[in-house]
Design a protein around this ligand. Structure first.
Ligand SMILES: C[S@@+](CC[C@H](N)C(=O)[O-])C[C@H]1O[C@@H](n2cnc3c(N)ncnc32)[C@H](O)[C@@H]1O
Length: 236
């Protein structure tokens, strides 16, 4: 079976328990941080590449922002649809079905590590993003490990003891994620991640640790072309 089909099937399985993460305050903090970094506008159209069950889009639409969600897994998309989310597209984010310079911003949260060819996604993201606009990526660091979430998890249990009732789902969540990581172990150190993002044509604004210190958050921009920038300088 092809790698992409294996990843798709694993994510279909993951979708059955994925939303147990909604019980964890640090998952919400992570998505809020991504949206704050993106600074979307009500007039824009944004892409959440690898939207899963639509949790980031759900937060964004409460604030009046328009997102298109793309995911490989039909079952993940079904869960997103059940939340009332529209504008969902089943597609591979390494071959995005959108025209050049279409989006006002892109988010990509906990997806890059699942890609056999992350560079292909970054090239595609650069193609479909308008110049001067941002991409916000969050992906595990080379040394990240699911076990390192334990302190945050314990804090979550203290705040919300009803998580105990969902322990079976949490264990399945971690088991399936471990299998996905085994299939495509795309955990990158900071310098490799920076190199890939820059090679795809982005300028990096910020790179810092987030998500209980396990992920790199990369905020990057598609630079304006020199001619365009010169014109803008004259206007200003
Ligand atoms: C760990 S989940 C993250 C979901 C969501 N971004 C979130 O933060 O809750 C990873 C998602 O990436 C999707 N994915 C993996 N490879 C993909 C690909 N090549 N194209 C589109 N989606 C992909 C999976 O189906 C899954 O829904």
């Amino acid at each position: 079976m092809k790698n992409k089909e294996i990843i798709r099937q694993m994510n279909n399985e993951h979708s059955k328990v994925y939303d147990v993460v909604l019980e964890l305050p640090f998952y919400h903090q992570h998505l809020n941080k991504i949206l704050n970094e993106l600074t979307p506008k009500e007039s824009g159209i944004y892409l959440d590449a690898g939207c899963g069950t639509g949790n980031l889009i759900n937060k964004a639409r409460c604030n009046g922002y328009t997102f298109i969600g793309v995911d490989l897994s039909d079952e993940m998309l079904k869960k997103a649809k059940e939340k009332g989310i529209e504008n969902l597209v089943k597609a591979d984010i390494t071959h995005l079905p959108f025209r050049n310079d279409y989006f006002d911003g892109i988010t990509n949260v906990n997806v890059l590590y699942q890609l056999k060819e992350p560079k292909k996604f970054l090239d595609e993201a650069n193609r479909v993003l308008k110049t001067g606009r941002k991409i916000v990526i969050s992906t595990p660091d080379k040394k990240a490990s699911l076990e390192n979430f334990a302190p945050e998890f314990i804090k979550s249990l203290i705040k919300n003891p009803k998580i105990f009732l969902r322990m079976r789902e949490i264990i399945d969540y971690y088991k399936i994620n471990k299998d996905i990581i085994k299939e495509n172990p795309g955990f990158y150190p900071k310098d490799k991640l920076e190199e890939m993002v820059k090679e795809s044509g982005f300028d990096i604004n910020k790179i810092e640790k987030v998500y209980a210190g396990q992920n790199w958050l990369v905020v990057a921009k598609k630079p304006r072309e020199e001619k365009e920038q010169g014109l803008e300088d004259k206007v200003n």
